[in-house]
Design a protein around this ligand. Structure first.
Ligand code: GCU
Length: 392
């Protein structure tokens, strides 16, 4: 019996759950082509991409991966609960804003923290972090400082910097994730529709409500807003940026499985593992692909391509094998043909950059030396990328 053939047979016809940890064990795979319609016809020009193919791919991600999020609520209200024009030793103005979504009889409130530089001659571009770690990382008093959100360094480079807690929008737990904003749109106790939204989609929906607020704040240049998340937050930033085109740069840091990493590689965390451990993140339908990554109608390079022609950034860390740094690079790389078609610059390299190096086209990528984290080094790459793309 040829064991290799048997293994391939099991992988192709059955359910293969073995995680892969070495590059030589990555199976052969064929990526779905972003520039070929589901019926096999080629996408001939930018118009066909924007009018037909992009909506087709967006629908596939909604149906099979992240679930369908609702549109905006009936109304949104903003209350500035604190304003300090002398924050950061007078360098910045702090606003704490309560964002309340109102839907029928229901209401849900979460908090935005925003610092804007005081020496700016006009509205400035902003970075919004969807914070998946503790609130001490985004301390508005600045008594605690964290490299995860190096707010002073961002202000110093002339950008506004903002954050919200993803768990305030939808709790990050399979037990109660529907008790946040999702409860405005349906009974949290009812059975979830197979394509109903998961927590990642809800967090992105929260970022859209932040954008609604930015549109009302004269200190922020709303046409130049970057959406950034790390790890589970980076999965949510990519999907949030795909759903809300008002974000003009979308950044995913170490986002891994269900984020930037190519699922078909099966390297590090796999679809079955993420669905088992975090069943609340994705649509129920995503479980159909446990061990069957080859059957997915999309792969994650197509998610990156949904940002085109907006600048998009994928970043990895050299020791972050669980998130598959090579797979993350490849999704940024394989989004390239869409950028070429619609008038953007694909990644300017064919090979994954060495640790410490960055490659910035309209698609950006860097590989940081070290482990799974969001650090000031990552932030400075993102600001270099924004310097290149934003007008100031
Ligand atoms: C877990 C999970 C990852 C996720 C990470 C995080 O490791 O398996 O998919 O990215 O948590 O959010 O930190």
């Amino acid at each position: 019996m040829n064991m290799k053939a048997l293994a391939i047979g099991i992988a192709v016809f059955g359910v293969c759950l073995t995680p892969i940890h070495a590059e030589e064990d990555v199976p052969d795979y064929t990526l779905p082509d972003p520039l070929v319609f589901e019926d096999g016809e080629p996408v001939e020009d930018a118009e066909a991409w924007f009018d037909q193919r992009r909506p087709e791919i967006l629908e596939l991600f909604r149906e099979h991966v992240y679930g369908r999020r609702p549109g905006p609520p009936d109304s949104v209200e903003f209350e500035i609960v604190e304003e300090d024009p002398e924050a950061m030793d007078g360098d910045a103005t702090l606003k704490r804003v309560h964002i309340t979504s109102i839907q029928g009889e229901g209401e849900h409130t979460f908090q935005l923290i925003l610092f804007t530089p005081n020496d700016a001659p006009g509205p400035v571009p902003v970075f919004l972090l969807m914070n998946n770690r503790g609130p001490e990382n985004t301390d508005p008093t600045r008594e605690e400082k964290s490299g995860f959100w190096p707010a002073e360094e961002v202000i110093e480079r002339g950008y506004a910097v903002a954050a919200f807690q993803v768990g305030d929008v939808a709790p990050d737990s399979a037990d109660n994730f529907r008790e946040g904003v999702m409860s405005l749109f349906g009974d949290p106790e009812a059975e979830r529709e197979p394509d109903g939204w998961g927590a990642l989609a809800a967090w992105g929906w929260g970022a859209s409500r932040v954008m609604d607020y930015f549109e009302t704040d004269d200190a922020v240049d709303v046409s130049q807003a970057a959406l950034l998340g790390h790890s589970r937050g980076g999965k949510a930033s990519l999907w949030g940026g795909a759903e809300d085109e008002r974000y003009s740069i979308v950044i995913s840091n170490n986002s891994g499985c269900g984020g930037a990493a190519i699922s078909r590689r099966r390297f590090g965390e796999r679809v079955s593992q993420i669905n088992d451990r975090f069943p609340h993140w994705f649509a129920v339908n995503f479980r159909e692909y446990n061990g069957r990554e080859h059957a997915l109608p999309i792969d994650q390079h197509q998610l990156v391509a949904l940002m085109a022609p907006r600048p998009v950034y994928v970043a990895s860390a050299s020791e972050d094998n669980w998130a598959d740094p090579v797979g993350e690079f490849l999704s940024a790389y394989h989004a390239g043909p869409v950028y070429e078609l619609v008038g953007g610059e694909p990644l300017p390299v064919d090979e994954q950059p060495a640790p410490g190096e960055a490659a910035h086209g309209t698609v950006g990528y860097h590989l940081r030396e070290g482990g799974h984290n969001l650090t000031p080094e990552d932030w400075h790459h993102y600001m270099d990328f924004a310097d290149k793309h934003f007008d100031r």
